[in-house]
Ligand binder design. Structure first.
Ligand code: HEM
Length: 311
C-alpha cells in the first residue's frame, strides 16, 4: 500500500495521456490502472489488475449461477473479508520482492494491490450491512458493542485513510509526511488479522496462516539493509517465521481458548488427522522464497522478466 513519491517532473511533464485526469491545480490524481506512467498499456499492470478483479468475478459468477450455498450474502461477506486480508499481504510483499529479486519496477503494482485490499474490505462491510437488512442503527450498535467489529471498523477507517491519500496529488501534497502516514498499513494489518482471529470459532487455522506470512514480512523488514537480500538471511527468516507462527498459535490457544495449547503445539510435529499446521506452510513459503532467490540468481531469466515489467 505504500509507494515512493514520484518526481514532480514525472507527474507533470509532457502532455497528459488520455487516461490521466488532473486536478484544477494541474496535478495528476488518477491514471488508468492498466497504464504505465507514460500512458502506455502495461501488460504487467494489466495482468495484476485482472488478478485483483478475479475473486470478484468468481464471486459474481457463483452468485449468478446459484453456487453460493446457504446464505449468499453471508458467504460473500466472508469471502470478501478473506480476500481483503490476502491482497493486503500481497501489497506488503512488494517491497521484499523488489529487494530480493532486484525488480524495482514491481513498485508499479503496490498501490493497485493496496487499493484492491481496501475495495474488498469496503465490500465486506457493505455485505455485512446488507446482511443485517440495512438496519444502520443496529449495525452501529453492533460495531460499538462487539469488540471484534470495533477493531474491524478501525481497520476499515485506516484502509480509507490510506486509499484517499494514495493519489499522485496526495502523495505530492503530503511530501515526507506521506511515508509516515502510510506506516499506518502495519497497525491496519494487525487489526485486520486480530479481527480475523476473533471471527473464528475454536479452530483458528485460517487466521494463523496469513498471520504467519505477515510475521515473515515483518521479520524481513526488521533485517538490516545489508543482509536483506542474502540467501542465509532468507533461510533463517523461513525458520524464524515458522517458529513465530507456532508461538502466536500457541499463545492464542493459551490465552483466548480452553483448548490445551500443548496439544496444538504437538500437532506441529505430528501431522495427524489435521494435516500440516500453518507453521509448516509458512516455513515452506519462506523456503520457496529462498529457493526462488537462488534460482533467480542462477537462471538467465531476470533480464527478460525485468524487461517485461518495464514495458
Ligand atoms: C466495520 C468493519 C467490519 C465488520 C462490520 C466486519 C464484520 C464481520 C463479520 C460479521 C464476520 C463474520 C463473523 C462470524 O462468522 O461470526 C467477519 C468475518 C471476517 N472479516 Fe470482517 N468485518 C469488518 C472489518 C474487516 C476487515 C477490516 C477485515 C480485513 C481486512 C475483515 C476480514 C474478515 C475476515 C477474514 C473474516 C473471516 C472470514 C471467514 O471466516 O471466512 N473484516 N467480519
Amino acid at each position: 500500500m505504500t509507494r515512493k513519491t514520484p518526481s514532480s517532473a514525472a507527474v507533470l511533464s509532457g502532455a497528459a495521456p488520455a487516461a490521466v485526469r488532473r486536478t484544477a491545480a494541474g496535478e495528476r490524481w488518477f491514471s488508468a490502472p492498466w497504464k504505465d506512467r507514460a500512458g502506455r498499456v502495461s501488460p504487467f499492470k494489466s495482468a495484476v489488475l485482472a488478478g485483483c478483479l478475479l475473486p470478484a468475478a468468481f464471486m459474481t459468477a457463483e452468485w449468478c449461477t446459484g453456487t453460493f450455498t446457504g446464505r449468499p450474502l453471508n458467504q460473500a461477506m466472508l469471502m470478501t473479508g478473506v480476500w481483503a486480508v490476502w491482497f493486503l499481504l500481497l501489497s506488503l510483499a512488494v517491497s521484499p520482492a523488489r529487494a530480493i529479486f532486484g525488480l524495482p519496477k514491481l513498485i508499479q503494482v503496490r498501490r493497485m494491490l493496496g487499493l484492491a485490499a481496501a475495495a474488498y474490505t469496503v465490500a465486506h462491510l457493505i455485505f455485512y450491512v446488507l446482511m443485517e437488512g440495512i438496519n444502520l442503527p443496529f449495525v452501529v450498535s453492533e460495531i460499538i458493542h462487539r469488540f471484534y467489529l470495533t477493531i474491524g471498523f478501525i481497520a476499515v477507517l485506516g484502509f480509507i485513510a490510506l486509499s484517499v491519500t494514495s493519489t499522485d496529488a496526495a502523495i505530492r501534497r503530503l511530501g515526507r509526511r506521506w511515508k509516515l502516514l502510510h506506516r499506518l498499513v502495519y497497525p491496519v494489518a494487525v487489526l485486520s488479522l486480530w479481527h480475523f482471529f476473533l471471527t473464528q470459532k475454536i479452530d483458528v487455522t485460517l487466521a494463523v496462516l496469513p498471520t504467519g506470512l505477515f510475521l515473515w514480512l515483518m521479520l524481513w523488514r526488521g533485517l538490516p539493509a545489508s543482509v536483506e537480500r542474502q540467501l542465509a538471511s532468507l533461510l533463517l527468516l523461513a525458520l524464524a517465521a515458522g517458529a513465530a507462527t507456532i508461538a502466536v498459535e500457541y499463545a492464542w490457544y493459551a490465552i483466548a481458548t480452553f483448548v490445551p495449547p500443548g496439544r496444538v503445539l504437538a500437532a506441529n510435529w505430528h501431522f495427524g488427522r489435521l494435516g500440516p499446521r500453518p507453521s509448516f506452510w509458512v516455513t515452506l513459503d519462506g523456503l520457496a522464497v529462498f529457493v526462488a532467490a537462488i534460482a533467480w540468481r542462477r537462471l538467465p531469466v531476470h533480464d527478460k522478466i525485468g524487461a517485461w515489467l518495464t514495458r
